[in-house]
Design a protein around this ligand. Structure first.
Ligand SMILES: NC(=O)C1=CN([C@@H]2O[C@H](COP(=O)(O)OP(=O)(O)OC[C@H]3O[C@@H](n4cnc5c(N)ncnc54)[C@H](O)[C@@H]3O)[C@@H](O)[C@H]2O)[C@@H](O)CC1
Ligand SMILES: Nc1ncnc2c1ncn2[C@@H]1O[C@H](COP(=O)(O)OP(=O)(O)O)[C@@H](O)[C@H]1O
Ligand SMILES: [K+]
Length: 505
């Protein structure tokens, strides 16, 4: 068993693949072995998390997930703890493994109660063994009541395999859990599942632990992963220290941020978005960084040219950019003006990040989408960085439909546009055609502040400009962006501008 961290890439398996692996392992292992191993791992973790618990309440459901809980209760009872089991199910409909565990738990003298214990305190522990990968509908009735009791209590919660109610494949939860009152932990068994790390998964799971139950040794051939947590392979981007001594700023690639629309007609200016992306590219090590503000009619208003938040950045008119020589980050604050420049950018730029309004423009034009696909045929690199609503516009669906299956949405867009797609949000999904997507393990809700997406786009641009392929560029940029937020001092506010300034090559 180990705690899953942001450091180690980990294969993630779907429920269907997990079932196949479970089935194969059960053919070669003695009856009941997997559930006994699962119960022992759960009991060990419960004891480590709550060594001074007065009460360990195990809420056990009608299938084998409940069986895991019953096995754990037996060990805790034998070790002198005070497990209390609430079990719901019909004995005659129990799967054989779980029935065996129920009979053994009763015989061992484990305490059973239909009423969840009252007065659970911070030193106590609740174990959610209600539903695992066999959940077919959202919890209701008594099960929902027990879950509400668990999550309203002051005790820590340890979910076995999957937090009840969470879709293990997608991370969608029809009834998301309330904000945690105490630490949450999840012990995922046999395989790590993608839904634990994206959409509602991160909030529902808390800290995730993994025990493979010793099954891989018993399996003939590995099931292909549905996704990876963290990129695989983890190709390193050369750090600044590896720069040759005899190098100059022209060696590290030029980035042009095309966006920041100033609209005289609407009286709006979105130059900040372009500045943020440019600042990110600069601090991430790009050689020369240009900002190309756009206007709804004619040249940008003087206001766009006036403020230079960082004197290292350079301003360029769109017509003065050498599109064939640069890495473009296009769309940050681009407004409607970006539509006019997008065809030329798609045709000429060898390395391109499409963000925000550039994505909205694509969504409205099948011709522009065809131009994105054509880029791949010509060997040009393209990365799109939609948030869920932008992804929905491209897919012709809704943001809530995208959030119900983020992996599928990112995979579909990558295949349709033949490009790398970074679907942002909790558990950012990075997808490329013909390979399993990656779920980024870093980042937190402090990033939910204006402009952090522009910073990510600029960072990816700097990585592409330095010569990285789009897939590692996108995976590593998402990782670094999120890791900075994870390591951010608790008492300092996180702003996009400061985030950009803390990026490193
Ligand atoms: N068979 C084994 O030896 C092993 C089983 N394992 C455990 O077994 C779990 C899978 O077991 P199951 O396939 O029995 O599935 P679950 O235990 O997740 O639940 C399936 C049962 O719950 C019912 N159900 C589904 N949704 C419900 C709802 N909303 N309200 C009430 N009842 C609902 C189903 O009708 C079925 O009876 C894994 O998640 C894991 O915890 C693992 O420990 C590996 C070993
Ligand atoms: N709850 C969260 N957990 C992790 N990352 C988040 C969360 N909320 C936002 N982010 C990240 O913050 C960035 C926000 O980007 P975006 O939605 O485009 O905002 P903006 O347009 O203001 O820059 C993305 O990289 C996204 O993944
Ligand atoms: K569970």
């Amino acid at each position: 068993m180990f705690r899953i961290t942001r450091q180690t890439p980990l294969p993630l398996h779907s429920v269907a693949a997990t079932r196949r692996m479970e089935h194969a392992a059960m053919q070669v292992l003695a009856a009941h072995t997997l559930m006994q191993r699962a119960g022992l791992a759960a009991a060990r973790l419960a004891l480590a998390l709550a060594p001074h618990a007065r009460v360990i309440w195990l809420a056990c459901g009608p299938g084998n997930n409940g069986g895991d809980g019953l096995e754990a209760a037996m060990h805790l009872h034998a070790w002198g703890m005070r497990p209390v089991v609430s079990w719901l199910g019909e004995e005659e409909r129990l799967p054989p493994d779980a029935r065996c565990s129920l009979q053994r738990a009763r015989a061992a003298g484990v305490l059973f109660t239909d009423e969840p214990p009252a007065g659970l305190s911070a030193q106590d522990l609740c174990v959610d063994a209600l539903l695992g990968i066999g959940a077919t509908r959202p919890p209701e009735g008594r099960m929902a009541g027990w879950l509400a009791h668990m999550h309203a209590s002051a005790a820590r919660v340890l979910a076995l395999d999957v937090p009840t109610g969470l879709n293990a494949d997608t991370g969608h939860m029809a009834q998301p859990l309330p904000a945690p009152r105490a630490e949450r932990h999840t012990l995922t068994l046999l395989t790590a599942k993608p839904g634990l790390f994206t959409a509602h998964g991160r909030d529902a799971c808390g800290t995730v632990w993994f025990d493979d139950l010793g099954a891989p040794a018993a399996l003939p051939a590995g099931e292909p992963p549905a996704a990876w947590l963290g990129a695989q392979p983890a190709a390193p981007v050369p750090p600044a220290a590896c720069r040759p001594h005899a190098s100059h700023k022209g060696c590290f690639g030029d980035v042009a941020v095309i966006g920041g629309e100033c609209s005289a007609a609407r009286g709006t200016a979105m130059t900040g978005a372009a500045w943020l992306a440019a600042s990110a590219a600069l601090h991430a090590g790009a050689g020369r960084v240009y900002v190309c503000p756009l206007a709804d009619a004619g040249e940008p208003a003087p206001a766009a040219w006036a403020a230079l938040p960082e004197p290292e950045l350079m301003l360029r008119r769109f017509s003065a950019l050498e599109l064939r020589a640069i890495t473009a980050v296009c769309g940050c604050g681009g407004g409607q003006a970006v539509q006019a420049v997008l065809p030329a950018v798609l045709r000429a730029c060898p390395r391109l990040v499409l963000d925000a309004d550039a994505i909205n423009a694509l969504a409205a034009s099948t011709a522009l989408q065809a131009a994105v696909r054509q880029r791949s045929a010509e060997g040009h690199a393209t990365v799109l960085t939609p948030h869920p609503l932008e992804a929905a516009r491209l897919l012709g669906s809704s943001a809530s439909a995208v959030q119900q299956d983020r992996l599928a949405a990112a995979r579909t867009l990558a295949a349709r546009l033949d490009a790398v797609v970074v679907l942002k949000g909790s558990g950012t999904v990075i997808a490329a055609p013909g390979q399993p997507p990656c779920i980024n393990p870093t980042g937190n809700a402090r990033l939910a502040t204006p402009g952090t997406g522009d910073v990510l786009a600029g960072l990816i641009g700097a990585r592409l400009a330095a010569g990285a392929h789009p897939w590692p560029a996108a995976c590593q940029a998402a990782w670094q962006h999120g890791a900075l937020a994870d390591d951010w001092p608790a008492l300092q506010s996180l702003t996009a501008g400061e985030l950009a300034r803390r990026l490193r090559p």
